[in-house]
Design a protein around this ligand. Structure first.
Ligand code: SAH
Length: 341
C-alpha cells in the first residue's frame, strides 16, 4: 500500500478509501513519509514570514471568518510602509520568503500590489515573495509575476463541484478557481494548492477527488489544514475536522508528492497543541509563522482561536528552532525553493 502511494497515486480508489476511513495514528505511514521527506529535503525545515495584510474580502465563503457578510469582523488594511516594515524585521530574523496573504480585496489593484512587491524585491533580492490573494485575471497574475512574485498559494478547497457549491455561494465557481491555478502554472509560478480537512459535508469521496486533482495539477506546494469552525459564519454549528485524519493525509501526500513543499499549518497548531509537530513528523517541511504587526493578528480570524503567539509568531524563532531540534530537524535560513526531482 505504502509502496503504491510512493510510486504514484496508483492506488485504486477503494484502497485509498480504506486508508482514509480510519482515523487512527498510523505509525508505519508516518515513518515511511518521514523517510521520503528526508530523502528529498534532508532535515531542513523552511520558514516563511506570513504577512496578513488585509482582512477585507469581497467573497462570502460559508466557512471563513473574514467573509464579506461577517459584520463582527474588524476590518484593517496595511499600507506599503507597514508591509515593508514587517519584511525588514523578518529579514533580520532570518526569513527569506515573505508570504503576502489577504482576503480578496480589490482596494489592492494590480498597480498597488506590483509596487509593494517591487519595493520588497528591490530591497531584498535574495528573498522570494509569495502571494495568496485569491482569484484574479491571468493578466493580473502576469503583472505580479513580472513585478517579482515567484510563488502563489491558492487552495482549490475541494475538487468536487457539488461539495464546492455547499461551501460557497453561487457567485463563486470551482471552474474559475481551477482556471486560476492553471493560469498561474502556465505563467511560471511555483504554485501551491490544497484543501481543508473535515470541512462541512466533506466525504471520503471528496478527498479522493482532491487527491486526483492534485495529481493532475502537480503543485509545488500543498497546504492542508483541519477545518475549524468560526462562530460568526453560517457554519457556526458545524463540527471541526479531525486532527488525525489531517496528519494521515499529510503523510499520504508526502508519499505521493516526494518533492512537494508541505506546510505544518496554523490550523493544525490551533486544533491541537502538538498538531504542527505531528505534521512535521509526518512529512511536512515548511512552517509559516505570523509576521504581521502584532496588534492586527487577532483580526485575521479565519476560524475561532486561530493561534498567533508562541511558535506561531515569527519573532519566536528560538522556540521554533528548539521545536525543530527536538524532532531532529533544523530550521534553515534559505529561500527554500521546491526541489523537483
Ligand atoms: N483569499 C485568499 C486567502 C484565503 S485564507 C484565497 O482565496 O486564497 C487561506 C486559507 O484559509 C483558505 O484557502 C482556506 O483553506 C483556509 N480557511 C478559511 N477558513 C477556514 C476555516 N474555518 N478553517 C480552516 N481553514 C480555513
Amino acid at each position: 500500500m505504502i509502496d503504491s502511494l510512493r510510486k504514484n497515486c496508483g492506488l485504486p480508489d477503494e484502497e485509498l478509501m480504506n486508508i482514509l476511513e480510519s482515523d487512527l495514528y498510523d505509525n508505519a505511514l508516518v515513518y515511511e513519509a518521514d523517510i521520503v521527506r528526508r530523502s528529498v529535503y534532508g532535515t531542513d525545515i523552511y520558514i516563511r514570514g506570513l504577512i496578513e495584510f488585509t482582512n477585507y474580502c469581497k467573497n462570502n465563503c460559508y466557512y471563513c471568518g473574514i467573509r464579506r457578510d461577517n459584520k463582527n469582523a474588524e476590518r484593517y488594511r496595511l499600507d506599503s510602509d507597514d508591509i515593508f516594515k514587517c519584511c525588514s524585521e523578518g529579514y533580520s530574523l532570518g526569513y527569506r520568503t515573505f508570504v503576502l496573504q489577504g482576503g480578496e480585496d480589490m482596494y489592492y489593484n494590480d498597480k498597488k500590489i506590483c509596487s509593494i512587491v517591487y519595493r520588497i524585491k528591490s530591497a531584498y533580492p535574495d528573498c522570494a515573495v509569495t502571494l495568496s490573494i485569491g482569484e484574479r485575471s491571468k493578466e493580473s497574475y502576469k503583472a505580479f509575476f513580472n513585478a517579482g512574485v515567484s510563488r502563489y498559494l491558492l487552495r482549490h478547497e475541494t475538487a468536487d463541484e457539488k461539495h464546492y457549491a455547499k461551501l460557497h455561494p453561487n457567485e463563486m465557481s470551482l471552474k474559475n478557481r481551477k482556471r486560476c491555478l492553471w493560469d498561474l502554472k502556465e505563467i511560471g509560478y511555483q504554485v501551491g494548492s490544497g484543501f481543508m480537512v473535515g470541512s462541512p459535508y466533506q466525504t471520503v469521496h471528496n478527498i479522493i477527488s482532491d487527491m486526483h486533482f492534485l495529481k493532475e495539477l502537480d503543485p509545488d506546494m500543498i497546504g492542508i489544514g483541519t477545518y475549524i469552525t468560526h462562530k460568526d459564519t453560517p457554519f457556526a454549528n458545524k463540527n471541526n475536522g479531525s486532527l488525525l485524519l489531517t496528519i494521515r493525509l499529510i503523510a499520504m501526500l508526502r508519499l505521493m508528492f516526494p518533492h512537494a513543499l508541505i506546510p505544518a499549518t496554523t490550523a493544525l497548531g490551533t486544533i491541537h497543541p502538538l498538531g504542527r509537530e505531528m505534521a512535521l513528523k509526518a512529512g511536512a517541511n515548511v512552517i509559516m509563522p505570523n509576521l504581521s504587526p502584532f496588534d492586527i493578528r487577532r483580526k485575521y480570524s479565519l476560524y475561532d482561536n486561530k493561534k498567533f503567539t508562541g511558535t506561531e509568531s515569527a519573532q519566536s524563532k528560538e522556540s521554533l528552532e528548539k521545536m525543530a531540534e527536538s524532532l531532529e530537524y533544523r530550521i534553515v535560513v534559505d529561500v527554500g525553493d521546491v526541489k523537483r526531482l
